[in-house]
Design a binder for this molecule. Structure first.
Ligand code: HPA
Length: 235
């Protein structure tokens, strides 16, 4: 149906979870969905549709970074009519407040991406959908998860030259964490009048050097995906 996606119209549910990693998409479908079926395998960027607690839901890998995410998300919105997009990712901590395993729920995302230079001379403020945001914050609180709601930075560069310092003045303006996708996701959702949210588990702190270990990573990802799927139920 597109150069990047072999799914037919109607193959995706209205709500799609978005991990970066294709194998995480497969794991989400196989672990959580009832009756999962693969809808995309082009470039091994796997997508699946199934049900969660009786409601149709999909998962689509985005790859890493905003250019890759933007291809899949643009097509989900433009071709496949998707309405709600929930990124389930990881992030690097940029604030002493945020500890490894905490959830970071992005209200907004600053970015260095060329994609958002279309707004010059303005600097666009990409924003999460309020209903998805509020639902995820409430569920996180009910489940006793430590979550932080605020601003993140979606960077185009993973290997920054100077660690946390590379994020400059952002550090003095309440930025919580860095990842590589949310700003493009929010900008595209706004363009197509859809809802979007990025929920990230903090896996590595750029301030302290703390890192999640592999068993914690798996249980944290499990909790985050279950939370996102329950948010999807009411989306
Ligand atoms: N930088 C960018 N993206 C990330 C990081 C990071 O340190 N950790 C997890 N996602």
């Amino acid at each position: 149906m597109t150069p990047h996606n072999e799914a037919q119209k109607g193959d995706y549910a209205e709500t799609v979870l978005l991990p970066g990693d294709p194998l995480r998409a497969k794991w989400i479908a196989e672990t959580f969905f009832d009756a999962p079926r693969q809808v995309n395998g082009v470039r091994n960027c796997l997508g699946y549709t199934g049900t969660w607690k009786g409601k149709p839901v999909s998962v689509q890998a985005t790859g890493m970074g905003q250019p890759s995410l933007a291809i899949y998300v643009h097509e989900l919105l433009d071709i496949y009519g998707v309405k709600n997009l929930i990124r389930v990712g990881t992030c690097g901590g940029l604030s002493a407040k945020v500890k490894v395993r905490d959830l970071v729920i992005a209200m907004t995302a600053a970015t260095d991406s060329a994609m958002n230079q279309i707004f010059a001379p303005y600097q666009y403020a990409p924003f999460a959908d309020y209903d998805l945001l509020a639902a995820s914050v409430n569920l996180a609180r009910d489940r006793g998860f430590t979550s932080h709601v605020g601003s993140i930075v979606s960077s185009d560069v993973f290997y920054v030259p100077d660690g946390a310092k590379s994020y400059g003045a952002l550090l003095d303006h309440g930025i919580l964490a860095v990842e590589m996708e949310a700003a493009a996701l929010y900008t595209l959702a706004a363009r197509f009048d859809a809802k979007a949210l990025a929920i990230c588990t903090m896996t590595d702190c750029l301030i302290t050097g703390d890192q999640i270990d592999s068993s914690q990573r798996q249980s944290s990802l499990h909790e985050m995906v279950e939370l996102a799927l329950d948010v999807a139920l009411d989306a």
